[in-house]
Ligand binder design. Structure first.
Ligand code: AMP
Length: 426
């Protein structure tokens, strides 16, 4: 196993009697690789628990474990929803300076209340929502509650005490703690943000550097959206494949930062549209098709359904490798044998989308008809025509993906075999 700079991994055992220059760590500690050292299989790493830096051998660490996709995982475990003031006071017992929670105001719907225990009493600060921002004192303004709590945890400012201890809502699990324990939390101090490289529906994507490694960072400022993206992130911790955009970790700072490998050539659809026929060879198109197919075959093997596969959600790396991204809608394939008639969330609906994606690839990024637009026509047997100059055997593959009966559509491994034989014969 080789580790890139910035990768976080887990110590397999203890190394307490470290020689000079070697790193001391305990089993389970999260170590961040700084760089590969002079000798083969030897790395410089930082122990995230102690902050110390030293040498480790590549065999002394392992991959991080995937995070469980758990709805109780919360970015705001201190948020208790609509509860009354007296209820908040009860929850903040026994009194302890800096113990706090946030509730939704019952009297002023839409506003929040920060409740803090100080000198044996509970103080309730009304948080006003004004011009898309939150404020307690009309002096400090915040994009969201996470941002606000972060600020008052470090600065007393106009409140009576800094927030030192969150009172967690019953059943809520702190996402920060779980991410940190599993080794997926990254250090905001080690990240340098660069240019804006994309706008998504819910967040802005920046190029960045994390300990020397080029990365992409999606920043989600709205706390409700960030909470939803947490589930996507948990799915991504399970995925490791050369054709799936890889999650490197998460930073919690003024919202959620999702750090992934940088795909310098942007989305596949833009790649094809801006270059076109004269630049992108047919073999390259086949390679893209195969790349996506292999990524999807891996997803299928994990019993996961992407549900939003399209050329806009495939990104292209510096080396022109296509990788599937956007796992926001990804769900477990719930097609069990006795439920085989419910095709909505099965791999076979991804296969349909893959057929459309093939069409997008071989038409150099043309806009396909949307499923909604042609729903009735499709049900009556209508299918998109072959893209210009598309070899018949490839169009045949698309048509197989668009078989009306999901079970008659090939799986991704079958599709890969067919594509590979096509690639060999070019
Ligand atoms: P998204 O919000 O994931 O749809 O991303 C919006 C846009 O940001 C994409 O269309 C890409 O152009 C860009 N983008 C997203 N993720 C990455 C990445 N890992 N590397 C490079 N560009 C990206």
């Amino acid at each position: 196993m080789s580790w890139a700079a910035g990768t976080q991994c887990v110590a397999k055992g203890d190394s307490r009697r470290a020689k000079a220059g070697e790193l001391a760590y305990r089993k389970g500690d999260i170590l961040t690789i700084v760089n590969s050292a002079l000798r083969k299989g030897c790395y410089t790493a930082i122990n995230n628990s102690t902050g110390e830096e030293g040498l480790i051998s590549s065999t002394s660490v392992r991959e991080r474990e995937a995070l469980r996709v758990d709805p109780s995982l919360s970015l705001m475990p201190w948020f208790h929803g609509k509860i009354s003031g007296p209820e908040a006071v009860c929850l903040l017992q026994p009194a302890e300076d800096g113990l706090f929670l946030v509730r939704e105001s019952i009297r002023h719907p839409g506003d929040y209340v920060l409740c803090v225990s100080v000198s044996g009493e509970v103080i309730h600060y009304r948080v006003i929502y004004q011009d898309n921002k939150l404020t307690i004192d009309n002096n400090q303004y915040f994009y969201n509650l996470i941002d606000m709590i972060e600020f008052y945890s470090k600065n007393k400012s106009s409140i009576a005490t800094t927030l030192t201890k969150p009172k967690q809502k019953q059943g809520a699990k702190s996402a920060e703690l779980e991410l940190s324990k599993a080794g997926w939390l990254m250090d905001t101090e080690k990240l340098t943000l660069g240019e804006n490289i994309g706008e998504g529906e819910f967040g802005t994507v920046y190029e960045g550097r994390y300990m020397g490694q080029r990365v992409a960072v999606k920043i989600i400022k709205c706390d409700v959206t960030a909470q939803a993206f947490l589930q996507e992130t948990a799915v991504m911790t399970k995925l490791q494949h050369k054709n799936l955009v890889r999650l490197l970790g998460v930073i919690l700072n003024k919202g959620l930062h999702i750090v992934t490998e940088l795909m310098t050539k942007g989305s596949l659809v833009n790649f094809l549209r801006t270059r076109g026929r004269s630049v992108v060879s047919f073999t390259q198109l086949l390679r893209f098709a195969l790349d996506v197919c292999e990524g999807m075959e891996y997803l299928e093997s994990k019993k996961l359904v992407h549900r939003d596969l399209a050329a806009r959600n495939v990104l292209v790396s510096d080396e022109c490798v296509a990788k599937v991204s956007d796992f926001g809608l990804t769900k477990v394939d719930w097609k069990e044998p006795d439920k085989a008639k419910l095709p909505k969330c099965s791999t076979k609906s991804d296969v349909w989308s893959y057929g459309v994606l093939l069409w997008e690839i071989f038409s150099y990024g043309r806009q396909p008809y949307s499923k909604m637009e042609v729903k009735e026509k499709v049900e009556a047997g209508y299918r998109m025509e072959a893209p210009e100059d598309c070899p018949p055997r490839l169009y045949l593959l698309m048509r197989l993906c668009w078989e009306r009966e999901p079970r008659r559509r090939p799986g991704f491994s079958k599709l890969r075999e067919k594509l590979q034989s096509g690639l060999l014969s070019v």
